[in-house]
Design a protein around this ligand. Structure first.
Ligand code: AGP
Length: 613
């Protein structure tokens, strides 16, 4: 939601903070700011700017600040419009305490009113300013910043990752976490805090991943971690294995394009070592989902948000079709409030790239409270969902920076294939022959994706032809319909185009009224047994003047005959097509967004990980 970075050491903190904020900009980009302790002034100096980190950088160029302790923030507004004054860091009234915050303080109005009655004046509309003021209030009473932070945390309800510095304690920063990601980066003679690893990867790979209700006091040569009872605790150092290149654009115009082109490797990494050497099944990182456990499960539930949810729907479709276990599905924001029918005989699959999405996390917690078995399918190692779920299957897509999820979806779908095969084999629902056939086809997927990616210039030409579209329909049946939902989401998200995904057979029950000459309809028709049905729906929209772009299986002569334009995907096993059919959609959304002049990697109003409700 927002990005936090902090530094204490011997370097000038400002460039470290700015570089970190640029890496974190995908988390929020409506304003940014830094607070740095200036030794010359003996003050904490704040610089903030509405808009991108670049604006902040320009401001700092005109009004340079220097210091060896600082905190920075890039914001995605929750309380108060994006503006210089609402940007973080926030100061306490006397300028003693500066705070950056990711999350929502739910009882901030109550605290604000109490502080106002004691004479504190507030300048912003944010919940975060209340935290700075509350810490100062306790600091004035006790004279110790760490004590003041603990006392403030006792009063705060809500979610937070906090970075705090204090004018009287220029040798340290304090970090606290509850329901928002925060790590402490461990350097030599310098230490860091960050919302995620990408911000500090240039300096260190050694981290402490803070858990909820932990407070870290960070000096340049030492880090002390406490629980909320103020007892010091010891933590294991987690060493991150990402390369710096993984978090760079590496010559691509956008992270999204780079991530689209990384998909052959991502799929291949997810398949490596996942098939048992004797060819009789799937190995899932020691996850306990064997015959005995499966016997106790009578229902599976898929919960996730956005793109991750659509990956989950692929899993639902396949498990029901092949294993014949009922699979329910809900977006996590509905699941958590609907009193879902789950118990100890339910397996909940929680899917999340970031592992920090607030709704999915709460769904996991609810499922656990009800005794369900929870398997998280997560990309970010050590994230909250990964830590809280009973079991975790990592998707190994590497860092996904672009807000629009692409390679993480492919990794999640691959995980769904593997999970389906695993459950099918363990429960005796699939013959060895069929398993081996699918396994063989899965191993060809990376080269099939490469073949589709080589058609990127063709997709770019489609963009030039269809750039004037105002409404786009995506239609398909079965697995193709799920692919349509993901394709439509991507187009909305980055091209800002209105689009509707529809089950092709449902179109005639109302939405066909919206089809008019020149409406673009993207038809996905990769399922042989449904092809003629989908084709007849395509003929219906063509008859009403629509322009039709089809995604179909290689060599389909009818596609050539009826579509205005088409892109073929290589032939594969019918259950595997979602992975392939989605790639041209990603490219189409990408080129449309570029063609329309949009900021592809940081689309308006969105943030990469949604850590608030
Ligand atoms: C995808 O392009 C979106 N940015 C969004 O729908 C995303 O998939 C969703 O917010 C879930 O995020 P997660 O996978 O990190 O939980």
């Amino acid at each position: 939601m927002c990005g936090i970075v902090g530094y204490v050491g011997d370097r000038n903190a400002v460039p470290v903070l700015l570089q970190g904020l640029k890496k974190l900009e995908y988390r929020g980009y409506d304003s940014a700011g830094v607070a740095v302790y200036s030794e010359t002034d003996g003050e904490v100096v704040v610089c903030k700017a509405k808009g991108r980190v670049e604006n902040l950088e320009n401001k700092l160029y005109d009004h340079p600040v220097k210091g060896r302790l600082g905190i920075g923030h890039t914001r995605w507004a929750t309380h108060g419009v994006p503006s210089d004054v609402n940007a973080h860091p926030h100061f306490s009234s006397s300028g003693e305490v500066a705070v950056v915050h990711n999350g929502i303080i739910e009882n901030y109005m109550e605290i604000k009113e109490i502080l106002q009655s004691k004479g504190y004046e507030f300048v912003s509309e944010t919940d975060t300013e209340t935290v700075a003021q509350l810490i100062e209030y306790y600091y004035n009473d006790c004279g110790d910043i760490t004590d003041a932070v603990f006392r403030a945390l006792e009063k705060i309800d809500g979610s937070y990752a906090l970075g705090i510095i204090c004018r009287d304690f220029p040798d340290r920063m304090i970090a606290a976490k509850k329901n928002g990601p925060l790590i402490v980066g461990l350097g030599e003679g310098e230490n860091f805090i960050a919302s995620d690893m990408t911000a500090i990867l240039k300096y260190t790979r050694n981290t402490y991943v803070l858990e909820d209700d932990e407070v870290a006091v960070i000096y340049k040569d030492d880090v002390k971690i406490f629980n909320l009872d103020r007892q010091e605790i010891s933590k294991e150092v987690y060493v991150v294995n990402w390369s710096i290149e993984a978090a760079e654009k590496s010559g691509y115009d956008h992270f999204m394009l780079k991530e689209i082109f990384e998909q052959p490797k991502v799929v291949s990494d997810n398949l490596n070592h996942r098939f048992k050497a004797d060819g009789t099944g799937v190995y899932l990182d020691g996850i306990k989902l064997d015959r005995e456990v499966l016997k106790s499960i009578n229902k599976i539930y898929v919960v996730a948000c956005g793109t991750a949810y659509y990956a989950g729907l692929v899993g639902k479709f396949l498990i029901e079709k092949i294993v014949r276990i009922p699979v329910n599905s809900d977006v996590a924001s509905e699941f958590r409030y609907k009193d879902p029918l789950i118990d100890e005989n339910t397996l909940v699959l929680a899917i999340s790239q970031s592992g920090e999405t607030a709704d999915t996390l709460e769904a996991v917690r609810l499922a656990k409270r009800r005794g369900a078995k929870v398997l998280a399918i997560v990309n970010v190692v050590g994230s909250t969902i990964a830590r809280e779920a009973g079991d975790v299957l990592y998707t190994m897509a590497g860092p996904e920076i672009s807000v629009a999820s692409t390679k993480a979806f492919s990794a999640q779908v691959t995980a769904m294939f593997l999970l389906t095969l695993h459950i099918a084999m363990e429960s005796g629902r699939m013959s060895l022959e069929e398993f081996r056939e699918i396994k063989h086809e899965m191993e060809l997927l990376p080269s099939h994706i490469n073949a589709i990616l080589s058609q990127a210039p063709i997709v770019k030409r489609f963009m030039e032809k269809y750039i004037d579209s105002k409404n786009v329909f995506y239609i398909g049946r079965g697995l193709d319909y799920i692919v349509c939902r993901e394709g439509s989401l991507k187009l909305k998200e980055i091209a800002y185009l209105h689009s509707e995904p529809y089950a092709a057979g449902e179109l005639k029950h109302g939405p066909i009224a919206l089809i008019e000459p020149s409406t673009l309809v993207i038809g996905v028709a990769t399922q042989q047994e449904l092809f003629t049905k989908t084709l007849s729906n395509i003929k219906e929209v063509k008859a009403r003047g629509a322009r039709v772009l089809m995604i179909a299986m290689e060599g389909s002569t009818e596609t050539k005959e009826f579509a205005d334009d088409y892109i073929f995907i290589p032939r594969t096993h019918p259950i595997l097509t979602p992975l392939l059919a989605n790639i041209p959609q990603q490219l189409f959304a990408y080129y449309m967004a570029v063609g329309l002049g949009n900021d592809v990697d940081k689309p308006r109003n969105l943030a990469k990980s949604v850590t608030v409700e």
